[in-house]
Design a protein around this ligand. Structure first.
Ligand code: ZN
Length: 212
């Protein structure tokens, strides 16, 4: 065990119904000091009325937005695995996701489309969105997040194949004017017969990119 203090979601975090991590008051307090200093460095006055509570709010928000570090796919899926002989493609499209890029700590957000072909067991559909949360609620790069989601589903479900397509807008590009504001980054990860079987791959990509 490392003795390093890490900020953790606070008890006030009611929206978080997954693994309850230990709350570290010391780390949250330290983070508040950092945010206060950050405000000073930006030329702000941390003591003015509008900013007095900002360090505390930011510390809690950041803890919540990175809660995925304390979650894993196996725990999130839990006992929502069911024996099932169906072997057609199962797909959930347009799963909302919000993450933060590790290069700028700015948000990127969009949608995930996930499909798999069962091999004897299926998972509750809402759990696919929960697995997205596990990996989105961290500092990320979209490419790695896409692979991690696909690999986690492959590990837990042991399906015949998994496909994940993610399309996101990145605030580090849009807000800084690096690219056109409406540009989207699209990434995909294909495992098992989604990779090896052209027909399966085509079916998945057609459904993922098809008309809404
Ligand atoms: Zn970035």
């Amino acid at each position: 065990m490392s003795s390093m203090q890490v900020i953790r979601p606070s008890d006030a975090d009611e929206a978080f119904d997954g693994v309850r991590p230990a709350v570290s008051g010391t780390a949250l307090a330290e983070y508040e000091v950092l945010v206060r200093r950050q405000l000073e460095l930006l030329g702000e006055e941390p003591d003015r009325e509008g900013l007095v509570k900002t360090p505390s709010r930011v510390a809690k928000a950041m803890a919540w937005l990175t809660r995925g570090y304390e979650m894993n796919a196996t725990e999130v899926i839990g006992d929502a695995l069911f024996e099932e002989g169906a072997d057609g493609m199962v797909m959930v499209r347009d799963i909302e996701l919000y993450s933060m890029c590790e290069h700028h700590m700015l948000p990127f957000f969009g949608k995930a489309h996930i499909a798999y072909i069962p091999d004897g067991r299926v998972v509750g559909l809402s759990k696919l969105a929960r697995v997205v949360e596990v990996f989105a609620r961290r500092l990320q790069v979209q490419e790695r997040m896409t692979e991690q989601i696909a690999q986690a589903l492959a590990d837990v479900l042991k399906p015949k194949g998994v496909g994940v397509v993610i399309e996101c807008a990145h605030m580090c590009m849009a807000m800084r004017g690096v690219e056109k504001q409406n540009s989207k980054t699209i990434t995909s990860a294909l495992i098992g017969n989604f990779r090896s079987d052209a027909k399966t791959r085509e079916e998945f990509l057609r459904l993922a990119h098809g008309p809404r």
